[in-house]
Design a protein around this ligand. Sequence first.
Ligand code: FAD
Length: 381
Amino acid sequence: MKEYPHIIIGGGIIGLSVGWQLLRAGIPVEIYEEYSAPRSGAGWNAAGMLAPQAEAGYEEEALFNLCNQSLALYEKFLEELSEDVQKVVVPKLYKCGSLLVAVTSDDIKTLERQNNFRTSIGYGGKMLRGSEAREREPLLSPKVKQALYLEHDAQINNRKLLEALLEAFINRGGILHEHSHVDRIISRNGIAEAIEIQGEQFQTSGISVAAGALIGKISGIDSVGIRPVKGQMISLKGDPLSQLQHLIRSPRVYIAAKDDDRLLIGASVEEQGISRSITAGPIMELLHYAWEVIPLVYELEISELQSGLRPASRDHCPIIGGSDIEKLFYATGHYRNGILLAPLTSYALRNEIVYGKKMERFEEFSPQRFTNKTKIVEEIV
Ligand SMILES: Cc1cc2nc3c(=O)[nH]c(=O)nc-3n(C[C@H](O)[C@H](O)[C@H](O)COP(=O)(O)OP(=O)(O)OC[C@H]3O[C@@H](n4cnc5c(N)ncnc54)[C@H](O)[C@@H]3O)c2cc1C
């Protein structure tokens, strides 16, 4: 009997990571990507911060733990990538930490509150005076009054990571179909059987949906409440700011120096539906807030204006795992943490698809938390 491949919809950071890990486990995989991989998804325009400690939100402890677990898997993930890549560079993991800075008295209160919360979950940071922060980062403005140093955060060059994942996927025998928008998933008797592209059907042994923020355009499946949240970002020619040692954040902006001479200033958070347009307001504000923290920003040349669509679920947690339809798996909803969560997502989904094993306490991230609710409502009605 013909062995059909496992099909992945979407050649972004999540689709490539999952596809590559399935190939390493001996499963044939084909990725269908609407545009071209790896540049079309939000991951190409992300900042590459691996920052669970800075991102930790009140009432988001489960997500925080998941992000921490994924960060702990990063070194293993990159080692495995080195085994499968020859041409491109496998990016380095920079354990740089985050420096959250306060310019106004409101900012200081915010930092104190944030540190109290982090301390309560065992991840408190170190409060620094402005002068101490400038000893660590001499380019910080004299306006910086206090800072919170969070030592656990890291960063990576997400563009190099995407290039490496694509090469690893191809080297392991993966097949990439570009300019192929998957229109529909076809299921029979509750089992996913095929995808449909412009009326043509392709049989499969299983499907993983990694279409990011655009999952709603695929018919035949529940879009699990995913909405696109636009982020705009500015890339400056980094030198001399590429010397920054930490990820820098104020409550209004972050600044990340990458190892390819880019200095990223981000990012807006906008509910605009499917629009990637670059608009003056957010760009102006981001530049202003970055200048407030690091005045030298004023002098630097703009090399790129970027935007991307973060895939956000209703609870802002990712949606990973098998669904109510047999052989249909989701890997979406990574919102602000898709680069950070790529290792964990790919290992978890591989374990479920290949070995039938689910991670402990993973129900909090399963698709059923949304699809079951729909069913309950239907039953009541
Ligand atoms: C400005 C910005 C900054 C960010 N910074 C960070 C950060 O510092 N750290 C971090 O961890 N995360 C960050 N993120 C979030 C991260 O980029 C996303 O969570 C991540 O890209 C989601 O990965 P994905 O593969 O699910 O989606 P995407 O990267 O968007 O990839 C989805 C792919 O699926 C394709 N596709 C969609 N529909 C179809 C279809 N029907 N058929 C075929 N192909 C299809 C798309 O073309 C796309 O290539 C940032 C995001 C933005 C916008």
